[in-house]
Write a protein that binds this ligand. Structure first.
Ligand code: AMP
Ligand code: ZN
Length: 467
């Protein structure tokens, strides 16, 4: 498989550290508001990447954090705390806000047919790990205390400008004009690892630490959460392009200072979805969410189709007109697929041949648009109906377009047909609850809800019914 690696700015053959196994990390959402469909473009593309790796034969372990604390707009502690402002806006506690928007986020995942990462970890679960990493960075001389906060000292690194195309000027991109410079910093690019002195006197979430009661800086969580579950060497790290600086740059700085060697080999960055005014925003204009698209009558999978029609390394402009066209094309494609006659028996050799073709073509830097073109080639191919259906089902494990799923209203799933899947998800949820991974448990409940299944926790165990 070929992947464009932002670290080297080249398309490279993907070679994981351990043959056959991929350790993958995704920067998760800041759960202070609904995700907009721009955020979800990134998660759709990362979902396709994960599924494509599996399709190509890799065993993938994917980890994602949930930012539920400490994401300030600036290290100077002068920007807003997104979680706190969300809580104030809705007169709720920070934890209530985090829970509500985490659930909403995973309900969007289910609607868009995005697979749940194998591990989902909220930052607030990992405070001891953050403190440990900061202690080691202090011991190794990579961090210092100033103005009662702990900072990472970027001057101690051999190299800080890790994403090759970045100039001094680019490094200013993440700094907002209205934010005043933090005078505690020794170097312009130093960043906070731990706040003990915050202007947010009403900061709701604080923890004791060797440096006083406080809370973590933003970047530390991704380094710690990935290492907790994936170890000291990771294969591929994903996020939207805006995460490249300062977030990913700082993740690399502190992670490599901590482990003392290279940390992650490949960096996958998804370019932005913009609206017609330019940048997608959660505060200005129409706030584009999956629910809004549904209210307007669009199938969320049509949005997924719209995203897959373009390449993840190109900016994409959203308009209702463009979405409408994608929805039309998607519907026609699906109608054609559903009309494939169920005739003959599956020609396994042909399925394998078409599988390899897809792996090669789409495996060339996640070329989803070519994946869609291949679907049309399959429709025209000289193979029987059963084989066509099998090839399309195989492709759809990557594209996730639910091409062979009849629309519920037209042909409700026969009673019992999906029971095995439902029971498996319920078992997975019970295991997650037992392991105290409540974010995952809640996400599975939401996924089931998306499938029209309502759960009831009773003394005898979990009961379910169709909504
Ligand atoms: P946030 O919740 O702000 O941390 O963002 C969640 C993810 O969405 C991150 O990977 C961001 O890089 C990504 N992202 C933010 N805005 C956009 C956008 N307009 N288009 C695509 N991805 C985005
Ligand atoms: Zn991150």
């Amino acid at each position: 498989m070929q992947i464009f690696n932002t670290l080297t700015r080249k398309k490279e053959e993907f070679v994981p550290n351990e043959p056959g196994k991929v350790k993958m990390y995704t920067c998760g959402p800041t759960v202070y508001h609904f995700a907009h469909i721009g955020n979800l473009r990134s998660y759709i593309c990362e979902d396709v990447l994960e599924k494509l790796l599996r399709f190509s034969g890799y065993d993938v372990k994917r980890v994602m954090n949930i930012t539920d604390v400490g994401h300030l707009s600036s290290d100077a502690d002068t920007g807003e705390d997104k979680m706190l402002s969300g809580a104030k806006r809705e007169h709720k506690s920070v934890m209530e806000i985090a829970k509500y928007y985490t659930d909403a986020f995973f309900s969007d995942f289910a609607k868009l047919n995005i697979k749940m990462p194998d591990v989902v970890e909220p930052a607030t679960n990992c405070i001891p790990e953050f403190i440990h990493m900061i202690e080691v960075l202090l011991e190794k001389g990579y961090a210092y205390k100033a103005g009662e906060n702990i900072y990472f000292d970027t001057s101690k690194l051999d190299k800080y400008y890790v994403f090759g195309n970045m100039s001094e000027e680019d490094l200013q991109v993440g700094v907002r004009e209205d934010v005043t410079e933090d005078t505690n910093k020794r170097n312009k690019n130093d960043f906070v690892l731990w706040f003990t002195k915050s202007k947010f006197e009403d900061q709701a979430l604080k923890w004791p630490s060797p440096w006083g009661v406080g809370y973590p800086g933003w970047h530390i969580e991704c380094s710690c959460i990935s290492m907790k579950h994936l170890g000291e060497r990771m294969d591929i790290h994903c996020g939207g392009i805006d995460n490249m600086f300062p977030h990913h740059t700082n993740e690399i700085a502190q992670s490599e200072a901590f482990v003392g060697h290279k940390w992650c080999n490949y960096w996958f960055h998804v370019h932005h979805l913009n609206d017609e005014t330019g940048k997608m925003s959660k505060s200005k204009g129409e706030f584009l969410t999956v629910s809004l698209l549904e209210e307007k009558g669009y199938d969320p999978i049509a949005y997924r189709f719209f995203v897959l029609q373009s390449h993840y390394r190109k900016p994409l402009t959203f308009s209702y007109e463009a979405l409408g066209q994608a929805a039309d094309t998607y519907k026609k494609l699906k109608d054609r697929v559903l009309r494939i006659p169920e005739e003959g028996s599956i020609d396994e050799a042909a399925v394998k041949e078409w599988h390899d073709k897809f792996a090669e073509i789409v495996g060339n830097d996640v070329n989803t648009a070519m994946g869609i073109t291949l679907l049309y080639d399959v429709l025209k191919a000289d193979v029987n109906g059963a084989t066509k259906r099998a090839i399309i089902a195989d492709y759809d494990t990557v594209l996730g377009l639910r091409l062979l799923t009849e629309a519920a209203a037209e042909a409700p799933a026969a009673e019992g047909e999906d029971v095995a899947e439902i029971e498996a998800l319920i078992a997975e949820r019970t295991a997650a609850k037992k392991a105290k991974d409540f974010a995952k448990a809640d996400a599975i409940r939401d996924q089931l809800l998306g499938m029209g299944i309502v759960l009831e926790d009773t003394r005898e165990g979990v009961k379910w019914k169709r909504a």
